[in-house]
Ligand binder design. Structure first.
Ligand code: NAP
Length: 458
């Protein structure tokens, strides 16, 4: 019998840091790869599924069905979940090296990009990151509050996250009541006075980052009409080329939907206004924000590579809340190289690099690998690529000195870390579903770590 890594005698021991889609696809791929592999997945929260639980909008329930696939991976005999354990804090990256032959980071992009304009930190100026996490019941964002006592809210950026933020602001409480939205968010939204939601993009309708199914939803909201200026749809030059000659199918569909919106009569009490060719230059106010200064833009550059240029023409827009949604960034973890410019762990096809080249045993998947782009399914090939490299590297990995799962459990117990196993999570899950049934929701999420641990009996 061989003692080589990946055999029955000495399975390859892999730690995955993060239990969102990219982590689960990496685990799935490794567990089916051929060699004997054991995967231990860590998450800083007691609940698994990362972005599916805390990022996907509550009214997009179908997207969350992907969890059934991850549950199959979690049921694999060689898989273990350690929730409520942070890598870098509860266990250092060095300690991981003692118990695992490789560590795959699947920790996503947990913070947001800034605009770098005056007033960005005034009360009333928020990030999409915190709003999304708050309405999804993320324990770290429970204490946030959002001033919805004014009629106009502004969302900056036109990606699908901006769309989610705008839609949650535009929907009525009755449209959200039967989703798994956090109870505190539903209560706050019930008091919302917001009637106008402006989603402001720096470029035009052809370059908008949102996708057709997502913009289409605004045509069927109960109390909100979409508003699009016909003049913004008069595109020529490079934008016309992009629309008609570059095969941008989403752009074509978006454009047709926006054209349909522009022709509509506006009758409902709430409005979702899609503003193109505009950039916020400053957020003004005293104790809270009152208005923003917006500059009108024009586009410059070749078809497919156009950027927005300020025209110098500005105007003011009164608003009571301001949400920036201009992309995410990863955050550094002690002991791991970090590319501060891109907000990712530097890597080649998932193999993490430092100044001297590939760092043996350290890998990345998902947004911390490629940056914050793509839908959940994009993570499948992305994670499979990294997992394949882990297996390809099996001969060159430095075997850890203590490959027993029990040793990790002893370490965590010794440190007083109250970790959550997958069976513990199943108990939390069952109670959340039960609580949801009482109020007509798919689940009523626990929003504190303590409540989750006590539901699991930990
Ligand atoms: P995104 O799609 O990259 O959109 C970012 C938006 O911010 C773009 O409109 C971008 O405009 C704008 N932006 C960037 N810097 C800006 C600045 N300085 N000033 C003004 N605008 C600026 O990112 P995202 O919305 O965060 O979404 C991340 C990924 O998750 C995307 O791939 C998205 O499709 C996916 N997602 C999918 C769903 C879904 O499937 N339903 C839901 C949520 C998220 P430019 O184009 O001009 O750069």
């Amino acid at each position: 019998m061989s003692n080589a890594l990946g055999t029955d005698v000495r399975p390859l021991r892999i730690a995955v840091a993060g239990s969102g889609p990219s982590g689960f696809y990496a685990a799935e791929s490794l567990l089916g790869a051929g060699p004997c592999v054991e995967v231990d997945m860590f998450d800083s929260l007691p609940a698994p599924f990362g972005l599916v639980r805390y990022g996907v909008a509550p009214d997009h329930a179908k997207i969350k069905n992907i969890i059934t696939r991850y549950e199959k991976t979690a049921a694999h005999k060689d898989f273990a979940f350690f929730g409520n354990v942070s890598i870098g804090t509860d266990i250092s990256v060095d300690e991981i090296g003692r118990y695992y032959d490789a560590l795959i980071f699947a920790c996503g992009a947990q913070t947001d990009r800034r605009l770098g304009i005056p007033g960005e930190d005034l009360p009333g100026s928020y990030t999409a990151t915190e709003f999304v996490a708050w309405y999804n019941g993320h324990p770290d964002y429970l204490d946030r509050s959002f001033d919805l006592s004014h009629e106009t809210a502004v969302v900056i950026g036109q990606g699908n996250v901006a769309i989610d933020v705008a839609r949650i602001l535009c929907k009525t409480v009755d449209e959200l009541r039967t989703t798994d939205i956090a109870a505190h968010a539903l209560d706050a939204l019930a008091e919302s006075k917001v009637k106008n939601v402006h989603m402001i993009g720096r470029r035009g309708p052809v370059q908008a980052a949102f996708t057709p199914p997502e913009i289409k939803e605004f045509g069927a909201l109960e109390q909100c009409d979409p508003v699009v200026r016909a003049a913004d749809l008069e595109v020529g030059g490079a934008s016309r080329t992009e629309l008609e000659e570059l095969g941008w199918r989403d752009a074509r569909k978006n454009y047709d939907l926006l054209t349909e919106f522009a022709a509509r009569e506006v009758t409902k009490p709430r409005r979702f206004v899609v503003d193109f060719y505009q950039s916020p230059k400053a957020i003004l106010g005293g104790e809270r924000i009152e208005r923003i200064i917006v500059e009108k833009n024009r586009l410059a550059g070749e078809p497919g590579k156009q950027w927005a240029e300020g025209t110098g023409e500005t105007f003011e827009l009164e608003c009571g809340s301001f949400f920036r949604s201009v992309g995410y960034r990863g955050i550094p973890i002690p002991g791991v190289p970090f590319d501060d410019k891109k907000g990712v762990f530097p890597n080649v096809e998932g193999r993490i690099l430092d100044g001297d080249g590939i760092v043996p045993g350290l890998y990345a998947v998902g947004w911390i690998k490629r940056g914050p782009s793509g839908v959940i399914g994009t993570n499948k090939p992305d994670s499979f690529e990294t997992a394949k490299h882990v297996v390809d590297d099996i001969e060159t990995l430095v075997p850890c000195t203590d490959p027993r799962r029990e040793s990790v459990i002893e370490l965590l117990r010794g440190k007083g870390v109250r970790f959550v196993s997958y069976d513990d999570w199943r108990r939390i899950d069952a109670v959340e579903i039960e609580r949801g049934q009482l109020v007509g929701k798919p689940r009523e999420k626990f929003v504190t770590i303590e409540d989750m641990l006590s539901a699991a009996g930990i």
